[in-house]
Structure formats: structure tokens, C-alpha cells
Design a protein around this ligand. Structure first.
Ligand code: NAP
Length: 283
């Protein structure tokens, strides 16, 4: 069975839109996401446009701050601080990667944790590791939502996560552990990778290598979540999993495109609504 993230995302967006319509009908201010882009990287521009479009679709306000590539770190910090103070902004997202002369960790650490809808501020990272309520990074949260919608039980299951980045692999592993799965994390130093992945009831792949996971890496009947987004040799968008032969062997699999990708933007909207509600309740 193929689990389509775009269908799950569409359903969640409808639910958020209904809430925003309700907010508007009450004459209240709508949730607002502010995206800060530094430089002219085409992929980043396209991601930012996607986020603006998603906001417009569901009725969120959005603000886009585009800065030149040679923006100084201090200038960017001043803009982040101004966004922190701006009462009309609920969520702040600094599009990554930033140009090399800017310390991204420092910028993220200066975002108000209550507006950190990307879930990368150290306070929110700590909350995740302490199982406390905070903002969780969007892609890992999207993976969890897919597993929930597909009614995959996690408690006691052996989950293997391939990839340990701060953005995807590590937080997804922690979220799975918080749901009582037994989690094995693999990375570029892991030996006999296919022997480990072939033991997984649930395999989450976030490596960034086109079609690296072939059928021999997968146990019969496993659930396979493919986070990877790559261009294959044929120029087509593909995941980290060799979908054609792995899909024959597993019980559930996410495709690329239309799998985890659409869930990421959807979770950004979920986080922005959460930030808005938190701020309105504290106002
Ligand atoms: P990343 O920062 O490059 O991390 C890749 C991870 O894979 C690292 O932990 C690395 O190990 C591990 N790795 C690399 N080669 C390996 C190998 N041969 N065997 C085992 N592990 C290996 O990438 P990322 O940001 O986590 O992204 C991963 C993929 O997800 C990319 O394709 C990216 O485009 C995609 N992605 C998709 C979305 C979405 O919305 N769908 C969002 C974010 C990312 P080391 O730690 O040892 O280097």
C-alpha cells in the first residue's frame, strides 16, 4: 500500500482553513508567518514561494523578507529581533542554508522560541528531548503524522532510522522513541547497513542518496518512509528508496514525490497556528 502524504496534507490544510475562517468571522487577526530569505539560491527561493502559496491557500497572512547575499550577520540579527517584537508575526522561519559568512546556529538561537515554527531553537530541541511540549521540526513531525494516519503502531516496534541530521534523522528518532519504539540510528559510519535495516519493522530513510535503499535492505512486510528528495540520473525527482523494487516487498511505503515532502509545509502551517493560539491565549 502506498501512503500519499499529499492527501493527508490536503485534509489537514482543510481543517486549518476552517479554523482560520472561524478566526476571520470573529473579526480577529489571522495567523501570520514571516519567512526570511538571504541570498538568491534557486532551491531556497522555490521553497519560500511554496510556503507563501500554502499560507495564502489556507488564509494565513504571510510576510516575506528577502535580503541580499552579502547581508551581514548583525543586520540579520536585527531583523530577527524586530520580528520577535512585531506583535503581528506569530511564526518566524529563517530559510536554510544561510550564506557561509553567517552563523546559522546563532541566528536560530536569537529567534523567540515561542515563534520558532521550524523547531530548531535550542529551547525547542531540549523540549523534544525532555518530552515536553514545544515546536518540533516540520519534516520529522510530518513523518510521525503519516505513521499516525496510516495507523502504524509504534510501541515496541523496531524502527531503524538511516541518517542522523539535526533537521531530520535525530529528531525523528527521538519522536519515535517518545512513542515507545525501539530505535536504531544508522549513519555514514554504520557497518553492514543492510543487515541492520533488514531487521526493521519500520524503516525511515533520510540520507540524501538517490535510490540507495534497495530490496535487500528491507524486511518482508516492513513499513518504509522515504524522506529523501533527490534528482536521479534520469533527472527525475526520486527518494532515497528504490521505490520500484522495495514497494514489492513492504507493506506500506511513501512515494517521492507526493510522500513526506507535502507534509513538511503542512506541519509548518500546523506549527504557525499553534504559535498563534499560544500567543493569543497569553495576550
Ligand atoms: P544531511 O544533513 O546530509 O544528513 C544525511 C545523513 O545521512 C547523515 O546523518 C549521514 O551520516 C547519513 N548518510 C550519508 N550517507 C550515508 C550512507 N551511505 N549510509 C548511511 N548513512 C549515510 O541530510 P538531511 O538534511 O537530513 O536530508 C536527508 C534527505 O532528506 C535529503 O535527501 C533531503 O533532501 C531530504 N529532506 C526532505 C525533506 C522533505 O520535506 N521531504 C526535508 C528535509 C530533508 P553522517 O552523519 O555520518 O554524515
Amino acid at each position: 500500500m502506498i501512503i500519499y502524504g499529499n492527501e493527508i496534507a490536503a485534509k489537514i490544510k482543510e481543517e486549518i482553513k476552517a479554523k482560520v475562517d472561524d478566526i476571520a468571522a470573529q473579526g480577529k487577526r489571522k495567523p501570520c508567518l514571516c519567512v526570511i530569505l538571504v541570498g538568491d539560491d534557486p532551491a531556497s527561493i522555490s521553497y519560500v514561494k511554496g510556503k507563501e502559496k500554502a499560507c495564502a491557500q489556507i488564509g494565513f497572512a504571510s510576510k516575506m523578507i528577502a535580503l541580499p547575499n552579502d547581508t551581514k550577520e548583525e543586520e540579520l540579527l536585527n531583523i530577527v529581533h524586530a520580528c520577535n517584537e512585531d506583535e503581528s508575526i506569530d511564526g518566524i522561519l529563517v530559510q536554510l542554508p544561510l550564506p557561509k559568512h553567517i552563523n546559522a546556529q546563532n541566528i536560530i538561537a536569537n529567534i523567540d522560541p515561542k515563534k520558532d515554527v521550524d523547531g530548531l531553537h535550542p529551547v525547542n530541541v531540549a523540549k523534544l528531548y525532555q518530552s515536553r511540549d514545544g515546536f518540533v521540526p516540520c519534516t520529522p513531525q510530518g513523518v510521525m503524522q503519516i505513521l499516525k494516519e496510516a495507523k502504524v503502531s509504534l510501541a515496541g516496534k523496531h524502527v531503524v532510522v538511516v541518517g542522523r541530521s539535526h533537521l531530520v534523522g535525530s529528531p525523528v528518532a527521538r519522536l519515535l522513541l517518545n512513542e515507545n519504539a525501539t530505535v536504531t540510528m544508522c549513519h555514514s559510519y554504520t557497518q553492514d547497513l543492510s543487515k541492520i535495516t533488514a531487521m526493521a519493522d519500520i524503516l525511515v530513510v533520510c540520507v540524501g542518496k538517490p535510490r540507495m535503499i534497495t530490496a535487500e535492505y528491507v524486511k518482508d512486510g516492513a513499513v518504509v518512509i522515504d524522506v529523501g528528495v533527490n534528482r536521479g540520473e534520469d533527472g527525475k525527482l526520486c527518494g532515497d528508496v528504490d521505490f520500484a523494487n522495495v514497494s514489492e516487498k513492504c507493506s506500506l511505503i511513501t512515494p517521492v514525490p507526493k510522500g513526506v515532502g507535502p507534509m513538511t509545509i503542512c506541519m509548518l502551517l500546523v506549527n504557525t497556528l499553534k504559535a498563534y493560539e499560544g500567543r493569543m491565549n497569553n495576550a
